[in-house]
Design a protein around this ligand. Structure first.
Ligand SMILES: *Cc1c(COP(=O)(O)O)cnc(C)c1O
Length: 226
């Protein structure tokens, strides 16, 4: 399946109007496909699997900004800590502590987004609003110096009912605005709202996303995994 470069360019234009950033989700796709967008100047790529991300990162140019967008297990943080640009799916305080520990070992501060559970499905990960606030207060009290909370991430329900999706995005946007200054912004800037994928990024743009994660519209449908 060839990379849809025309679609890429049109999405980039759409996002530029709203000053949103595109994370090109390249999970399961070959490095040749990534190179194609890289050669058009794209630098932000998203992956879901630690091993795949590590394998790709050693082959591909060092100036790529790698976003980890999948569910991250604590015992795997160490493999991506030295180079990952942004971890989107931080869904527990335990994971955050491990990221901080590995950030310290790697001698850097790791940018993170806290994942909020907005969908109806139980299967999706993330904090509810109450847990989110609790986690933020824990970050505050522990003075974690090797993570930086840069914002929130969420996934809408898997449904064709776009009213449901819109309602969930509105809800996430509100939580984002309500919690933005809960942490000291000099340490935890809280500027990123990562919401919207291939099927719903237009709605996410309406509802104030600052970062969309798009895979299949750019690279074609994926095989079963992912
Ligand atoms: C796979 C994935 C995406 C991209 O999905 P598409 O529908 O292919 O755009 C976005 N976000 C997360 C968390 C994903 O796992």
């Amino acid at each position: 399946m060839p990379v849809n470069t025309a679609k890429y360019k049109s999405i980039i234009n759409e996002l530029a109007d709203k000053q949103a950033i595109l994370v090109a989700v390249s999970k399961t796709k070959p490095v040749e496909d990534i190179f194609e967008l890289y050669n058009l100047g794209h630098r932000d790529f998203g992956e879901n699997y630690v091993q795949e991300l590590v394998d790709k990162s050693v082959i591909l140019p060092a100036d790529i900004r790698w976003h980890f967008i999948g569910h991250l297990q604590s015992n795997k943080v160490k493999y991506i800590a030295p180079f990952v640009h942004l971890i989107h799916g931080v869904d527990s305080f335990k994971l955050l502590k491990e990221i901080s520990k590995q950030g310290e070992k790697a001698g850097r501060r790791i940018d993170c987004l806290l994942q909020v559970h907005i969908a109806q499905e139980e299967s999706k990960f993330g904090f509810n609003e109450e847990e989110l606030i609790l986690a933020m207060d824990q970050v505050n009290s522990l003075n974690m110096t090797h993570v930086r909370i840069c914002g929130l991430m969420g996934m809408a329900s898997f449904t064709t009912d776009m009213n449901v999706v819109r309602t969930e995005f509105k809800q996430l946007k509100k939580i984002f605005e309500d919690t933005r200054t809960r942490l000291p912004v000099s340490q935890h800037p809280m500027e990123i709202l990562s919401m919207g994928m291939s099927s719903d990024y237009k709605i996410a743009l309406d509802e104030g996303t600052t970062m969309v994660r798009i895979g299949s519209l750019l690279f074609g449908e994926r095989e079963k995994k992912g």
